[in-house]
Design a protein around this ligand. Structure first.
Ligand code: KG4
Ligand code: ZN
Length: 349
């Protein structure tokens, strides 16, 4: 089954064709970064307008690169939540129109579940077998809007064990980067800059939450405030500066603490649940420190999507969409978009 997947939840206008839920035949991501960079953040109105201008060309390109015409597509999927409402509506409605015009089954998917699905995607190449971790496993969903630790029992069956109680981890990267002018988007800019800095130049505190009752929850607003407003209080006087100076030291020390907050909850969840396979997804899953810290943990199998499938893309939407369609599930053409993630089961230990 060849599924066209459309993604427009934020600032990437993306479409892809995936065969049988796994094999990526094409993956086109048109980034709007240059249009938002001047504002150091995504401007929702600009995002919606760019999606409207680009969506036809991006879908056409995805079909062309796969060597297919609209008649070769067997089903259509689009992200319908969570994300920027106006942006989501563009891709969702384009997908509905495509499906209706061709008489194809249509499915609206949850963007966060699609991120979790991304590790299963396979690029056509003889030496790249698909990674299909058996359920259950632990999921780490980390993006610009969400930070979630969950138990995963199926592609659409997750139970949230812990989440951020305030800012998302990607949002903290973006805000710190914006404040110090490190670049936009902030995650990749800090990741790069941190390589030249001293991660011990500042010792930022780890949050204490709920008096230990919800051990997998996270918080990033305190770290963000410390890095932005109270920097001097956390300076380590003995630490020698990194090669690139103060900015790189701030980036490295912030990143070290931000990743430590994630790992603290995640490793505890792994120990408590006995689940030793961890699957990461979302833009922050591209972070090099997160990857190296998890890769070096004994007794854990950590699976990260290839970097091109960590950020927003249409392939993850097509992939998970295919799973629903093969199960015979479709969405009505009356379905709308939602800014909120919604509907996840939540369980505190
Ligand atoms: O999944 P994504 O592309 O979009 C959302 O669904 O939000 O995630 C975007 C987030 C941004 O906050 C961005 O700064 C962050 O992922 N990000 C990173 C890295 N690359 C992207 N954060 C840390 N390290 C990175 N290398
Ligand atoms: Zn995303």
């Amino acid at each position: 089954m060849k599924v066209l997947g459309i993604e427009s939840s934020c600032d990437e206008c993306a479409a892809a064709v995936v065969e049988d839920g796994v094999l990526v035949l094409s993956n086109v991501v048109a980034t709007q970064i240059p249009f938002h960079a001047a504002y150091n953040g995504v401007v929702p109105e600009i995002a919606s307008r760019k999606h409207i201008e680009w969506i036809y060309g991006v879908v056409k390109e995805a079909l062309d690169r796969a060597g297919l015409s609209p008649g070769d597509i067997d089903g259509v999927a689009a992200s319908s939540r969570p994300g920027l409402l106006g942006a989501l509506l563009v891709g969702l409605n384009f997908a509905k129109g495509f499906a209706w015009a061709r008489g194809l089954p249509f499915i609206a998917v949850n963007h966060m579940l699609a991120h979790l699905y991304a590790c299963r995607l396979k690029i056509p190449a003889p030496d790249s077998p698909p990674v299909l971790p058996p359920y259950p496993f632990l999921g780490l969903l980390v993006s610009g809007g969400h930070s979630i630790i969950c138990r995963v029992d199926g592609f659409d069956d997750i139970t949230v064990l812990g989440a951020t109680i305030d800012d998302a981890v990607g949002e903290a990267f973006d805000k710190v980067s914006k404040y110090y002018g490190f670049g936009y988007p902030g995650g990749a800019a800090i990741d790069k800059l941190a390589r030249e800095g001293n991660p011990d130049a500042f010792s930022f505190p780890l949050p204490k939450l709920h008096k230990g009752q919800h051990p997998y929850d996270m918080s990033y607003s305190g770290l963000k405030t410390a890095v932005i407003n109270q920097l001097e209080q956390f300076r380590n006087p003995q630490a020698a500066p990194g090669a690139a100076g103060e900015g790189a030291d701030i980036a490295a020390s912030f990143q070290k603490t931000a990743i430590e907050i994630l790992l603290r909850g995640l490793l505890r969840a792994a120990a408590d649940t006995g689940l030793n396979t961890i699957v990461a997804g979302g833009g922050v899953a591209a972070n090099s420190l997160l990857r190296s810290r998890l890769a070096s943990r004994e007794g854990l199998r950590c699976i990260f999507p290839p970097p091109e499938f960590c950020g927003d893309n249409g392939a993850m939407v097509a992939g998970i969409g295919c799973q629903y369609l093969e199960r015979g599930e479709t969405s009505p053409f009356t379905i709308t978009a939602s800014a909120r993630v919604g509907g996840f089961k939540r369980k505190y230990p």
